[in-house]
Design a binder for this molecule. Sequence first.
Ligand SMILES: NC(=O)c1ccc[n+]([C@@H]2O[C@H](COP(=O)([O-])OP(=O)(O)OC[C@H]3O[C@@H](n4cnc5c(N)ncnc54)[C@H](O)[C@@H]3O)[C@@H](O)[C@H]2O)c1
Length: 350
Amino acid sequence: MKKELKFGIIGTGWPGQQHAIALAAIPNVQLRSCADTNSERLQTFVETYKPESSFEDYQELLRDRDLDAAIICLPNFLHFPASLATLEAGKHVFCEKPPTMNAAEMKVLRDEAATRGLVYFFGRQFRFTPAVRTARDVIAKGRLGKIYRARATWIRSRGIPAGIGLWFTDKNRSGGGALIDIGVHALDTAWYLMGSPRPTSISAKVFRNFAHLVNVPIFDVEDEAHALIRFANDAIVELETCWAANLTDDTPVGPKWVGRESNNCILFGTKGTLRLKPLTLFADDNGQLATVPLEPRYGENSFEMQLRNFADAIRGEAPPINDAEQAFELMEMIDGIYASSELGREVPVA
Ligand SMILES: NC(=O)c1ccc[n+]([C@@H]2O[C@H](COP(=O)([O-])OP(=O)(O)OC[C@H]3O[C@@H](n4cnc5c(N)ncnc54)[C@H](O)[C@@H]3O)[C@@H](O)[C@H]2O)c1
């Protein structure tokens, strides 16, 4: 029988709740504790998911000698200090996206986890969705040939988030806007499906045009970002992301609070092109372009599959799919996009 692992959830908003639901479905893991400075949210979370203990101060949660790992679901500016404190307490780390506010912070966490022999894992449940896992299988079979280009998109017409304390639009607490919030998901999906090639240079432009749509005290982040990223294997990613824009009617209507929305990834290969939603392969068939619908072959909950992989990594039974080195390279790309936009030219990725 596998050793039971004990987890603590820090931050009890939507992602914290998804992780609690996922833990309940996995054998040999326990939701041991939770922490949140918002006592109302904490209380509701305790009543719903029934951890053994709860704290307003996450440092107290980390003092539990029997705790194996913390799942960090805090506002972005707390990802680095909370992840570091978790590692220093000798616990494994699962931290929600974005891994940190920048690559320099992520480098410290990567090195600290390696020195201590602990697992660092960043939250990216989309890597575990049925469509992405099926796409990985199709790519592994060589049906796309060489992937030379990907188009990564997450656009919304009216979807600017706020967060408890209105932190999403405040650069000091978020690290950025649409790019670091939803663009990071879109970019990572494309990059992961391409086999995580080494980024070499970036040309990008970010915009802030729609701050007037929300009533917040601070709005000093971008609401839109566009980037062209070059990789060492000669491939490129074109990234398009926005929280708000006057989108055209070919973008489908999404949930009420986001207006129109599209979140998709298209991978162009020498033998075939793969679109994630709906999952379809467009491939050459004796000189004609054929459309091949693909059935996603996996039915599992992506948050659950993600935490299963984290638990297996802690037990040394599988490598972590969302590992610290990839978190670092992802943050290097985010840094590069902001730097290129600021400088108005293409920048190398260090
Ligand atoms: N994977 C996903 O799809 C996904 C979805 C939503 C959010 N997220 C990420 O999860 C994180 C949290 O986002 P959110 O939307 O839940 O934000 P939120 O503001 O709604 O919730 C953050 C929670 O952290 C608590 N908190 C703040 N400071 C704290 C502290 N010092 N100690 C303990 N608790 C503290 C707040 O009270 C709140 O309950 C963000 O980094 C976001 O990017 C990921």
